[in-house]
Design a binder for this molecule. Sequence first.
Ligand code: BYC
Length: 316
Amino acid sequence: MENINSLEDRFHHQIDNEVKIEARDWMPDAYRKTLIRQISQHAHSEIVGMLPEGNWITRAPSLKRKLALLAKVQDEAGHGLYLYSAAETLGIEREEMLNQLHSGKAKYSSIFNYPTLSWADIGAIGWLVDGAAIMNQVPLCRCSYGPYARAMVRVCKEESFHQRQGYEILLTLCKGSIEQKEMAQDALNRWWWPSLMMFGPNDDASPNSAQSMKWKIKRFTNDELRQRFVEMTVPQAAILGITIPDPLLKYNQETGHYDFGPIDWEEFNQVVAGNGPCNKERLEARIKAHDDGAWVREAASAYAEKQKNKKEKSVA
Ligand code: BYC
């Protein structure tokens, strides 16, 4: 039997042997820190991601569409809850994470700082944004940190329903009138490049990837996942009969993969720095939702306290 001398050796032994790290296990500070960073950013993205779609719940074109969108947005709130809970197992309080988000200090996915201008945008978000999310998050089900990996299993199941509802919205529009198909094309034109940016900077500009890969938090690099997303999406666009807005997108016979044009990293940096089209609006809406919900949290805490007292009295 192998001799595991120190806590650090045990940690590496677990990582090497695909044994999940659990909250009770010793872990290096930097591993804990990077997980808190990634999981909390992910949680923030889920709850901010509710906002652009939430705008369309009252304007969905039919009862069926309204129900599906409502369910999807509720799922996203649930994803936020699982993820904040997973981050809490690492020793950070939810309140602290929310303070970081509301004070503008925490990052969330760049994609949610773009406006939803038409109903077709709801289709494009489901198809592209949730499609990109699945591509990125399925490997996270094998993340070395148990609570994050397990949360991802359920999140991915729900994301796959979201992706299909989005694609079906676009399929319906593309089979409809000329104006409807133009709406779908316009949505693709606006959401394509931001969706590619969701995967994060190119590998040579990604400061966290190499270490996260060693720790088996990430299983694939940003560029690998972005490439896979392009490969998956091109035939889907062809079925819809709409055109991906990239004149350089071309199948490369030699590599067997699609080549695509350069991403505008200056735009990405601006959005991440808080200067995207909707950053201010999103943060204000999030803070308002949090403030408006204060009475619910207070009532829930008061009720929990009452129940606890009741139980204590009955035991005494
Ligand atoms: N936007 O070294 P890198 C959803 C930051 S939710 C903003 O490659 P890492 C959905 C990055 O944080 C979608 N910032 O970092 C919800 C880092 O900054 P710091 C969200 C970005 O962590 C509702 C710096 O750039 N998904 O799907 O190794 C409705 C350097 O990057 C972005 C997740 O959060 C970005 N796009 O890799 C519908 C998935 N990209 O912290 C759908 C989990 C990078 O060093 N997260 N940055 O200051 C991940 O997989 C990884 O964190 C990332 C980035 C691939 C995103």
